[in-house]
Each structure stands twice: as C-alpha cells, then as structure tokens.
Design a protein around this ligand. Structure first.
Ligand SMILES: Cc1ncc(COP(=O)(O)O)c(C=O)c1O
Length: 403
C-alpha cells in the first residue's frame, strides 16, 4: 500500500463535498450511456412526412423500445414531427405508450393469438394485425360482448413468408370478415422482404416489384371493397425511399426515422440525422511494457510500450464480443483503437497515439464526434450484423439520456 508520505499535494486535495442525498442519486452519465437526440427524431419525422407528401400517412415504427432509443421519447418526437400513427410489435409495447399518454392510432405488427391478449388490445384501443379467420372470430366475439366495433388491419403475405394470409385467399377472407358484424376492417397491408437489397442493387426487375404486383393484384381483386374503406400500406424505410408506387395510403418507417438510410452510401437529398450515440467513460489509464497481454485470453499483446485506457462498457451493455479488437472510439474527433477481448463490463483502448486522455473522459463508441461519425453500419461491416440489430442491442443497463 502507498504510504501517505508518498502521496503528493494535488492527490491529497481530491475531496468530495456532496451530501448523502447526492450519493443516493446515481448520475446516468457516470459510467456508460446511450444519448438520444429527440430533436433529430422530430426532424427526421418531418423530413419523411414532407417526402411522402400530403396524400400519404406516416407511421413511426417504435417497436423494440423505439429501436433501442426509448419508445416513449421516439413516439412523442415523431408525432411532433408529423407522424400520424405508431407501430409496435407487442401488446405490452402498445400499453406502455398508452400509459405514457399517447392517444394516436397504434397498430400492433405482431400476431396476438389468444382471447386475453386480443381483449387487452381492444380495451387499450390498440389495433391488432390479423392473418386469418381464427383471430378475426375471437375479435368479433370480444366486440359483441362489449358493444363496440373492433378495428383491425389484415396482413397479406406477398413474399416475406412470415405473417399474413396467402395472397390468393384474401378475397374470400375479406368477405368472411365482412360477415362478422362487430369487426371494422380498416386496413390491409403487406411487408417487403428485401427492399433494402433491391435498393442497393438498383435493378428494375426485382423481388420488391414482384411483391408490389402481388399487392396490387390483391387490391384489384377486392374490387369495390378496396379503395375507399381500407388504409393500404406496404413500404418500410427502404420501400419508402425507393419508389413512390410503394407508398399507397401509409408508409411504416423505422430505420430512417432514427436517422439512417437502409443502404450504405445511399444517395439522397433527404437530411436525416442519426439520433443515437453510445458513450462511456475512461475508468483507468495505465502504461504497460511492450509484449503485455491485454484482457481475457490475451488475444492482444502490445507491440510497443503502450498507454491503455480502460473503459466502462462491455458486452453486457450490448457491444457484441464479436467486435473485439475491430472497433475504434472517438475522442475530440480522434479515433482510438479497441484492443483485446471485449469483456462483460469493460474494454480497453490503445491510447498510445493520444496520450493526453485522462480518467473520467468520455469516449464515443457510436455516433458523431466532431467531423467523424461511427455508424451502426460500420459495426455491421466488422461483425456481419445489420443496423437494426445493432440499434436494438443496447441493454437497459445503459441509461437513455435524452438531449
Ligand atoms: C411490419 C413492419 N413494418 C415496418 C417496419 C419498419 O422497417 P424499417 O426499420 O426497415 O423501416 C418493420 C420493421 O421491422 C416491420 O416489421
């Protein structure tokens, strides 16, 4: 142990003057956190709304806790920016938004299969997605017992091969649903499977066109029942950005709302701003000799006498261990490389070329710092992931700090 006589004057003067009350409130920026720019979401929503024009509605997809940004924050900002409705994946996500005071239309994009869930959806005024007659009948019974119509949207499978009824069976299903007196079928939709890839490859005859043709045929076959009564929707972000014929009455945007184009280097005049940053503090700075093994497994050995910064974020916070030794972080617009295995709660950066970094300083792992931006796509290029997964990966241990 270091004796008091060896501690110099400035070290001795480190004091803490806080109260017990202060000690009990932890600062969300003390270790690592996700910073969410609510104005960026609001702006992106406004930009997208202007882009699609007055004849088309904008649904903000805020499932998975608003793609990791915080569903309530995103929903409120998107609505201020001009979004007309919200899309969630689960019943609980919808109820969370109702409890936050949001009264707009909310569509549940996932499948609710039992009567209890559908009854909750009815009580909370959440619109379920129906793929078949079984759930439609349950909804009808619920509505009959409560003397109020149950509003639903019907999903059609045009090629995703996931949820939705077979596109050849829509006409028959709609006429069966129309016989259910307590159901109000207000929407019909489908989901694009590879619109981002088609956008990237920029070919005219692609699978998205096939899905469009199938969806158009479904609507045509519905004849009179089609146009006026139904809200028809097909496009996600990639569909929205690629072709206005995919817009129909509403588009459902997720990724672009958060500030990213679904394709890297996508050329567009739209000014979308990434809303999320991941930041973490340096908790220790140390110097080590050449040849020192760093972290679990000693996957990295210093090639020179080095200065290292230990940073308080790890895979338990959502930074994949697959990224070990591949990513960098930003400080004052300068990139410092991460070295060694990413551990559960910590990782190490080589700051030999930026030796002025001190304990307590903040590194930006994802997001913009100065002129430089590390995007989710950068991480995907290194790990084989996709931006959607990267954004959703940050765990609750990382506080969301809204700016
Ligand atoms: C049914 C549905 N619509 C729209 C979206 C939004 O997609 P994106 O984030 O690509 O805009 C999703 C997201 O997965 C979805 O599941």
């Amino acid at each position: 142990m270091q004796s008091m006589s060896k501690i110099n004057r400035s070290e001795r003067s480190i004091t803490f003057g806080g109260s017990t009350e202060n000690a009990m409130q932890s600062d969300p920026r003390s270790r690592a956190w996700v910073e969410v720019d609510s104005k960026a979401i609001e702006n992106n929503s406004r930009v997208l709304k202007n882009f699609i024009g007055d004849d088309c509605l904008l649904m903000a997809v805020v499932k998975a806790d608003g793609y990791g940004h915080g569903a309530e924050t995103v929903a409120k900002s998107a609505l201020i920016g001009g979004a007309d409705s919200l899309g969630v994946a689960t019943l609980e996500e919808g109820i969370q938004l109702r409890n936050a005071g949001l009264s707009c239309q909310i569509l549940i994009l996932g499948n609710l299969i039992n009567a209890e869930e559908l009854y909750s959806s009815f009580c909370w005024d959440l619109i379920p997605t129906i793929s078949g007659i079984r759930e439609a009948i349950i909804c009808n019974n619920i509505a009959e017992n409560n003397q109020k119509k149950f509003v639903i949207h019907l999903k059609v499978d045009t090629g995703m091969t996931r949820l939705g009824c077979d596109c050849n069976e829509v006409k028959e299903l709609v006429s069966k649903i129309d016989c259910l007196e307590n159901i109000s079928l207000k929407g019909i939709y489908s989901h694009l499977a590879i619109a981002d890839k088609d956008l990237e490859n920029n070919t005219k005859q692609n699978f998205t066109q096939i899905q469009l043709t199938r969806f158009e045929k479904v609507l045509k076959d519905l004849g009179e029942r089609n146009n006026k009564l139904l809200c028809r929707h097909l496009a996600n972000s990639a569909g929205t950005l690629s072709d206005s014929r995919l817009h129909f009455d509403m588009v459902r945007v997720g990724l672009s709302l958060y500030g990213y184009f679904p394709v890297d280097d996508f050329e567009s005049d739209l000014r979308l701003n990434p809303a999320l940053k991941v930041k973490a503090r340096v908790t220790l700075v140390r110097e080590v000799e050449k040849g020192t093994g760093v972290g679990y497994g000693h996957f990295f050995k210093t090639q020179r006498k080095s200065k290292l910064a230990v940073v308080a974020i790890g895979y338990a916070d959502g930074v994949s261990r697959n990224l070990s030794g591949k990513i960098s972080a930003l400080i004052d617009g300068f990139l410092v490389p991460q070295v060694g295995a990413i551990a559960m709660d910590q990782m190490v950066f080589d700051i030999t070329d930026k030796p002025d970094i001190k304990t307590g300083q903040v590194l930006t792992l994802l997001g913009t710092d100065g002129e430089v931006c590390i995007s989710p796509q950068n991480w995907c290029d290194l790990s084989g992931s996709i931006p959607w997964e990267v954004l959703c990966s940050f765990r609750n241990r990382l506080p969301r700090v809204v700016t």
